[in-house]
Design a protein around this ligand. Structure first.
Ligand code: CA2
Length: 136
């Protein structure tokens, strides 16, 4: 299967800041582990801090790939446009989060994307991504 791992804003800082919340591993290093764990899948990784670039990527792969594992970062709690993009594509999207937003500030309790995703996985650290891929 072709599966896109899509990361939103600030997740390029993984492994460099706030290790108590987000761990101490860079996503590039973790992505190599994911590839080794899923040799049967073709995994692609893309990260952007720019909402429109995330939408463009969803449109680009969202009619041909078999799955998308998406951590929209802070846009989770703000973006009607990302929700509309997910709703408009045919590839199923799994929402993932490293932390558990429900155990954090109340403004993180609402997700604009959850209702249009196949499922949501949160609170398992970087393992949330492995669990997301496993669902395909
Ligand atoms: O827990 C998650 O995966 C989040 O999507 C992370 C977002 C946050 O706004 C969501 O509520 C939950 C924040 C991403 C920030 O990533 C950083 C990584 C390392 C250092 C600083 C920020």
């Amino acid at each position: 299967m072709k599966i896109l791992i899509l990361n939103g804003p600030n997740l390029n800082l993984l492994g460099t800041r706030e290790p108590e919340i987000y761990g101490s591993q860079t996503f590039e290093d973790y992505f190599q582990i994911l590839q080794a764990q899923f040799p049967q899948h073709t995994l692609e990784y893309y990260q952007s801090n720019i909402e429109g670039e995330l939408i463009n990527k969803l449109h680009e792969v969202g009619f041909s790939y078999e799955g998308i594992v998406f951590n929209p970062g802070g846009y989770t709690h703000t973006s009607v446009a990302l929700r509309d993009a997910i709703a408009s594509i045919t590839t199923p999207v799994i929402e993932v989060h490293i932390s558990n937003p429900h155990a954090r500030e109340s403004f993180r309790h609402q997700s604009f994307v959850s209702p249009v995703c196949k499922g949501s996985i949160m609170g398992f650290g970087l393992d949330s991504y492995r669990l997301g891929i496993s669902s395909f």
